[in-house]
Design a protein around this ligand. Structure first.
Ligand code: C5P
Length: 331
C-alpha cells in the first residue's frame, strides 16, 4: 500500500477545498484497487400508484436484500475499461452505458477527479430479472470508487448520487429490509426478525422494467389508481419473523403485467404451490419468481422440484435479509 505524503488529492469534505482547511493536510492512503460486494433484492410487497409527470410511477415497496451477490472491482488504470465475468453476462453492456461506469464518473465529477479506471464485474445476479442486478453494480461502483479516492462522500450525498443512477440503487447501498417510497429511492429501514429462506425461479430471458410498467398502465387503463400503500399485515409478519404469515401477504402490483408479458411464469407459481411454498411472488418487474420456504430443508426440496419441473432456466437459493453494498478488499 502506498501513502501520499502531503495533502489529500480531494481536500477535506467540510466543503473548503484543498488547503483552505487543515483537515485536508492529513496522510491519505492511496488505494490502487477496491472490491465491493453487493446483494440482489426482492420486493416483498410492491404497490404501484399513479404515473407521475416525470414518467415514473409513485410506488411504495418493501425491499429485502438476499444472499446472491455481484462483485465490483474498481482499479486505477492507464486505459478506461470494463470487463464482465460470472454466471450472467448476457445483455450486460461492457461500455459507458453500464451503470457501474456511470457511477464511477459521478463520484469523480463530484470531486473534480479525472482518472482512468478499470472496472471488473463478476455477475452472479441474473440480468433484467427484477433482482436489481444493474443497480447492485452501480451501488458497488459508487462505494468502491469513493473508497479508491478516499473521498468519504457523506452517506446522504452517496444516497443522492445513487438515486440519480436509478430508483433501486439507494436500496442496494443500504440492504437489509427497507421501505422504498417515491419512485423507490426514498429509503426507510424496516424492522425484520430472523432469517427467511428463498428459492428463485430464474427465466431464460429477462423483462425490461419500462416495458412492464407500461403494460401495467395498459392493463389499468380507465381505472382509478389509488396512492400506493403497504399493508400493516406484511410489516407485522416481518417484525415477528413469521415466515408463514409473510408468505400469505407477499404482493406485487406489477405481477399481472409481468404475467401478461410472460404467461409461462404462471407455471412457476403453480410448482411453488404444489410443493407447499409459504408464498410466491414476481420480484419487482420480474420475471424472477421469489418463492418463500419454511426453512432450509424445505428450500432445498423446492429448489430440486423447480429444477426438475423444467419451467425455469435456473434456480437459486438465498437467505434474507443481508447487508447492502460493502467493501470486501482493498490494496
Ligand atoms: O429508475 P430506473 O432507471 O431503474 O427506472 C427504469 C424505468 O422504470 C423508468 O424509466 C420508468 O419507465 C420505470 N419506472 C417507473 N416507476 C418507478 C420506477 C421505474 O415507471 N417507480
Amino acid at each position: 500500500r502506498g501513502f501520499s505524503s502531503s495533502i489529500s488529492p480531494i481536500g477535506c469534505r467540510c466543503g473548503e477545498r484543498g488547503s483552505a482547511c487543515d483537515r485536508a493536510k492529513v496522510l491519505v492512503e492511496v488505494m490502487e484497487r477496491v472490491s465491493a460486494r453487493i446483494p440482489a433484492k426482492i420486493n416483498l410487497s410492491l404497490s404501484v400508484g399513479p404515473l407521475r409527470s416525470d414518467g415514473y410511477h409513485e410506488i411504495m415497496t418493501l425491499f429485502q436484500a438476499i444472499s446472491l451477490f455481484d462483485d465490483v472491482v474498481v482499479s486505477r488504470s492507464d486505459v478506461e475499461q470494463i470487463e464482465i465475468s460470472g454466471s450472467y453476462t448476457n445483455g450486460v453492456p461492457a461500455n459507458s452505458e453500464n451503470l457501474a461506469v456511470k457511477a464511477t464518473h459521478l463520484v469523480m465529477r463530484e470531486y473534480g477527479i479525472a482518472e482512468k479506471l478499470s472496472i471488473q464485474i463478476k455477475k452472479e445476479i441474473p440480468v433484467a430479472a427484477g433482482l436489481a442486478g444493474g443497480s447492485a453494480d452501480a451501488a458497488g461502483a459508487l462505494l468502491a470508487t469513493d473508497a479508491l479516492f478516499g473521498s468519504e462522500i457523506p452517506k446522504a450525498r452517496l444516497m443522492q448520487l445513487a438515486s440519480e443512477l436509478g430508483s433501486d440503487v439507494p436500496f442496494s447501498l443500504t440492504g437489509q429490509t427497507a421501505l422504498g417510497r417515491g419512485r423507490g429511492e426514498e429509503i426507510t429501514p424496516a424492522l425484520s426478525r430472523g432469517e427467511f429462506h428463498w428459492v428463485l425461479g430464474i427465466a431464460a430471458h429477462g423483462l425490461s422494467t419500462p416495458a412492464v410498467y407500461s403494460e401495467c398502465d395498459r392493463l389499468r387503463e380507465g381505472m382509478n389508481v389509488a396512492p400506493p400503500r403497504i399493508s400493516e399485515a406484511v410489516m407485522h409478519a416481518l417484525l415477528s419473523g413469521d415466515a408463514e404469515n409473510l408468505g400469505k401477504h407477499l404482493s406485487n402490483d406489477l405481477a399481472p403485467a409481468a404475467l401478461s408479458l410472460k404467461p409461462a411464469l404462471r407455471m412457476v407459481l403453480d410448482v411453488a404451490n404444489e410443493y407447499a411454498a409459504l408464498g410466491s411472488i414476481v420480484s419487482g418487474s420480474g420475471p424472477t419468481i421469489a418463492i418463500l420456504a419454511r426453512d432450509e430443508e424445505h428450500a432445498i426440496d423446492l429448489a430440486v422440484a423447480l429444477s426438475a419441473s423444467g419451467v425455469v432456466s435456473n434456480v437459486a437459493r438465498a437467505i434474507g435479509p443481508v447487508p447492502g453494498a460493502r467493501i470486501i478488499d482493498s490494496k
